[in-house]
Design a protein around this ligand. Structure first.
Ligand SMILES: Nc1nc2c(ncn2[C@@H]2O[C@H](COP(=O)(O)OP(=O)(O)OP(=O)(O)O)[C@@H](O)[C@H]2O)c(=O)[nH]1
Ligand SMILES: [Zn+2]
Length: 352
């Protein structure tokens, strides 16, 4: 039986949060089904429910999520969840169809594998967006470019992503032929928690099955011609890998929206801009139209790829838009008009 909570990273969580509680009153949420939870505990996997207090007073965000450590009161082969222990981080996305509500995907995560297909799923801009969200959540990113076996221009596209993100591991893989599987395994550390994110059908379950060395998660075999997956809802589940790492799989995630707490962190996912920005005249320079901005200077001198700057601007404008619906509308108007002016400036320049 591998249900000992140490295997699921309890010690690591304790180190991060300074919490000390009796091991037998602790569990980790394996998956969520409305208000029913599967919880990994020293007594095995227990079914759990919330105390009335939690059920009626906790917001969606405060309720237990996959990855959460919770305080439990075992009884009768089941348990009651009395408290959600403070998370050291959480990964959220914008709720489908809603403007500002966050949906939490998972919590207490050390690293994330962004899976993107090298086929028609390939989209550097979506990758940027995911990297920004991960950076904001303080989660270490890894990029898996999958389906190398069927993609044309696979090598060029892998190179492009490596150039854009020199400090992030970028692996070219094929879950089908198992190319790159050992490289993924070499990134995983025991007792740390990882999550796998990416569009539906990109190969996440197939990768997970490879890592588990058996079939745990049903893969989506609906034909490409039909064009849509069989999942209609999003589910998250926590798995223990052979090497002792914990992996959370997210299935059926069609859209990975921005859910930023802080717009300024957008810049951090752009290594080049971040490096250059250290030389700007103003320490809070937004690199949009300030005098003495070394980022703008670098573009003029051809030292910074315009495409990188463009995705920075686009991403920033998306982030501004999102933030504006919850924060300061006035500032949004100002910044957006600056952005538009700046986009124009570079579009005009390009014609010469
Ligand atoms: N050619 C090729 N096909 C792959 C590869 N990886 C996955 N597939 C296929 O792509 C389809 C979708 O794979 P899944 O693993 O179910 O994708 P998923 O990301 O888990 O999808 P959701 O569960 O909907 O989020 C399946 O038919 C897989 O066999 C690969 O490297 N090469
Ligand atoms: Zn600047």
């Amino acid at each position: 039986m591998n249900q000992n909570i140490q295997l699921y990273g309890w010690k690591h969580f304790q180190l991060k949060t300074n919490i000390s509680i009796d091991d037998n009153e602790i569990g980790r949420i394996r998956n969520v089904n409305k208000t029913n939870y599967d919880i990994l505990t020293n007594q095995g996997i227990l079914k759990g429910e919330l105390t009335g207090q939690l059920l009626f007073t906790a917001s969606n965000e405060e309720r237990p999520q996959t990855g959460d450590w919770v305080k439990i009161m075992p009884f009768d082969q089941q348990c009651i969840i009395t408290e959600v222990l403070t998370r050291y981080n959480q990964l959220a996305r914008k709720e489908l169809g809603k403007k500002t509500d966050k949906q939490i995907l998972a919590t207490n995560i050390n690293g994330a594998f962004i899976v993107q297909g090298l086929d028609r799923d390939f989209n550097p801009r979506r990758l940027e967006r995911m990297l920004t969200t991960l950076n904001d959540a303080n989660i270490e990113p890894f990029i898996l470019l999958n389906k190398a076996d069927i993609a044309e221009e696979a090598e060029e596209n892998v190179q492009l992503i490596r150039e854009n993100h020199p400090n992030i591991p970028v692996l070219k893989i094929s879950a089908l032929t198992k190319e790159g599987l050992e490289q993924i395994e070499s990134l995983l550390q025991p007792q740390l928690t990882y999550i796998m994110i990416g569009s539906s059908g990109v190969g996440k379950s197939t990768i997970l099955n490879n890592l588990m060395h058996n079939e745990v998660q049903k893969t989506n075999t609906i034909s490409e011609a039909v064009g849509k997956g069989k999942h209609t809802t999003t589910s998250r589940e926590l798995f223990l890998l052979d090497n002792g790492s914990v992996l959370i799989d997210t299935a059926g995630m069609r859209e990975f929206g921005l859910a930023l707490d802080d717009i300024e962190s957008v810049t951090l996912s752009f290594d080049d801009i971040n490096q250059l920005g250290k030389g700007c005249r103003y320490s809070d320079c937004t690199h949009i139209d300030e005098p003495g901005c070394t980022v703008l200077e670098a573009i003029d001198k051809g030292k910074l790829e315009e495409s990188v700057y463009h995705s920075y601007i686009k991403l920033r404008s998306e982030a501004e838009h999102y933030a504006a619906s919850t924060q300061d509308k006035k500032r949004k108007g100002k910044d957006l008009s600056k952005l538009v002016r700046n986009m124009k400036r570079y579009n005009i320049k390009k014609r010469y």
